[in-house]
Design a protein around this ligand. Structure first.
Ligand SMILES: Cc1cc2nc3c(=O)[nH]c(=O)nc-3n(C[C@H](O)[C@H](O)[C@H](O)COP(=O)(O)OP(=O)(O)OC[C@H]3O[C@@H](n4cnc5c(N)ncnc54)[C@H](O)[C@@H]3O)c2cc1C
Length: 520
């Protein structure tokens, strides 16, 4: 029997969950289908023995403290009542020979300016100019965003030309371009400002300046936060909203077909339900694709496939990450870990542009070079994820599925284990006693990301945010597709991370509702 819905969501990553929940709250009946055993995609937590593992989240902005499109979603879905954000005290500590003594990047533009001037007094003027440029770019986006009244706009219009100029001037610039203009060849201050680049990209020369200004600028302005209890809480709450609004959410259901009617509009999806067994169909005039467009293309009828895939063919993919979690018998603070987030910059990094060489290190067995590592100690804040006395610490570095190509199962496991041991040894070198305290550990590579998320290359932020060096200037967020009723509701809609994927999901739901209203 074919069931009927107003919309079907393919995949339960944050973009799909947000689109489904927003659409359901508008009085629509939604079916959400997820191929994994739990909801959330990257935004999930799981158990590894006695340890709770956060699959992704280190930090996300608090919409109440900075310009953040998640705010509209949190308000529309009353998430502030359900989801508690645990603030991170300082943004991070950076350790590495390039900087000498560890450098702490605090939150808030005034505190950041003071910290930069204290460490780099010769860059005082440039640091002030740089932070002003970031602030102006953020404010321009706030001004054009839909979050303010006409009165607010009139009151704030005087500064707008300068703010708009900040955005337009660097619309085609990379992060490296803008850092170079402000700081010349002073690589230490560049690393002080962008040590956490692997949160977004692998190569500062190819990372869009506005991506940095918006994402990093939001963190610098309002601070980072962890979702208390783990990112699974947010994913589960969004799935619950769909059910509260008379919708249906199913796990272990893999969509393999999206049918299109003779007018070129989506009509139904076909999926394999491994819970109850067998193939099923469900009809809807709206489909929110949380699965990557490359995956969706294969679901479409042959005559629609080419036209759909064409739009995404030449777009480079974002990075993937290797993520290792260690369960310690004692609080990491007792071993000398002082911050929630610590970036370990290896000695071979002599310039920020060297970061691009980090990814290829994992293509070999561990040798004398370590990748740039970001270490997060969830026990430094009120994260509420510790269970059974194990203190979880997560470490990420940029990875690529190419690093693991051509390895059979045995060789893959051996290399993965070698990297687990090498990372642990590096942490022990930084904080003696770390290795002896680590009772449990697990490592997910780019290959694991690809398997878990079903994204090409294990991409975790959708498409790469590259500077648009030439050609027409187009908005980075594009959730509408060339097929009537089919919307991208994932990081691939333009902008990944928790904020980007939720913003894409919300834009897809709003787009579908507006299109429906137009048709009436
Ligand atoms: C290790 C790590 C650390 C990260 N740290 C941060 C951080 O600190 N801050 C931050 O903001 N972001 C972080 N991110 C990125 C962030 O988690 C992602 O960008 C975001 O969650 C992606 O959401 P999405 O909507 O694109 O869907 P995804 O999470 O990519 O999920 C896609 C879902 O679709 C499902 N699916 C695919 N194909 C099908 C099919 N055929 N049928 C049914 N279902 C299907 C998949 O199973 C999956 O559940 C991190 C990610 C990782 C992996």
């Amino acid at each position: 029997m074919t069931e009927q819905f107003d919309a079907i969501v393919i995949g339960s990553g944050l973009g799909g969950l947000t689109a489904g929940a927003m659409y359901a709250r508008a009085g629509k009946r939604v079916l959400l289908l997820e191929r994994n055993a739990g909801f959330g995609g990257a935004a999930s937590t799981y158990r590894h023995g006695a340890m709770t593992v956060e699959a992704s989240l280190h930090e996300t902005a608090d919409p109440r403290r900075t310009i953040d499109p998640k705010g509209a979603v949190f308000e529309a879905l009353d998430l502030y009542d359900e989801i508690e954000l645990a603030p991170v005290p300082d943004f991070h500590e950076i350790r590495g020979p390039m900087l000498g003594e560890p450098f702490v990047l605090p939150h808030g533009f005034a505190a950041i300016e003071a910290a930069l001037i204290a460490r780099f007094p010769h860059q005082k003027k440039n640091a002030k100019r740089f932070l002003r440029h970031v602030r102006r770019s953020l404010r321009a986006l706030d001004f054009v965003g839909g979050g303010h009244s006409a009165l607010w706009r009139i009151a704030n219009a005087a500064d707008f030309p300068l703010e708009l100029w900040a955005v337009m001037r660097d619309f085609r610039s990379s992060l490296s371009d803008v850092l170079q203009r402000h700081f010349g060849d002073d690589e230490a201050i560049k690393i002080a400002l962008a040590a956490n680049l692997p949160y977004f990209a692998d190569d500062p020369d190819e990372f869009w300046w506005l991506g940095y200004a918006i994402a990093q600028g939001g963190f610098l302005q309002g601070g980072g936060n962890y979702i208390k209890g783990g990112s699974q809480r947010l994913s589960d709450r969004l799935a619950e909203i769909i059910r509260e609004e008379n919708g249906v959410t199913k796990t272990r259901c893999t969509v393999y077909g999206v049918d299109v009617d003779p007018d070129g509009a989506v009509s139904q999806v076909r999926y394999e339900d491994s819970e109850s067994g067998g193939s099923k169909t469900a009809e809807a005039a709206v489909v929110f694709a949380n699965a990557a467009p490359h995956v969706v293309a294969e679901m479409l009828p042959e005559e629609s496939r080419e036209g759909f895939a064409e739009s995404y063919r030449d777009k480079p993919l974002s990075i993937s990450l290797l993520s290792a979690t260690f369960g310690l018998s004692r609080p990491p603070a007792e071993l000398g870990v002082t911050h929630y987030s610590t970036v370990l910059v290896p000695e071979w990094v002599r310039a920020l542009s060297d970061y691009k060489k980090s990814v290829e290190i994992l293509a070999e067995a561990p040798g004398d070079k370590m990748p740039v590592l970001t270490v997060v100690d969830y026990n430094q804040i009120d994260s509420d994820i510790r269970e059974d006395g194990l203190y979880a610490v997560n470490v990420v570095c940029v990875d690529s599925t190419e690093n693991w190509e051509g390895l059979d199962a045995g060789a893959y496991e051996a290399r993965r284990e070698a990297w687990r041991a090498a990372i642990l040894a590096r942490l022990d070198q930084e904080w003696p006693g770390f290795e002896a305290a680590a009772l449990s550990s697990t490592v997910a590579t780019a290959r694991s990301m690809q398997r878990h998320l079903n994204t090409p290359g294990g991409a975790i932020y959708g498409f790469a945010l590259r500077p648009p060096r030439s050609g027409p200037i187009r908005p980075p967020r594009q959730v509408e597709t060339n097929i009537d009723g089919l919307w991208l509701a994932s990081a691939f809609g333009g902008g990944g991370g928790f904020t980007g994927s939720m913003a894409c999901g919300a834009a897809a739901a709003r787009g579908a509702l507006a299109q429906e209203a137009d048709k009436r």
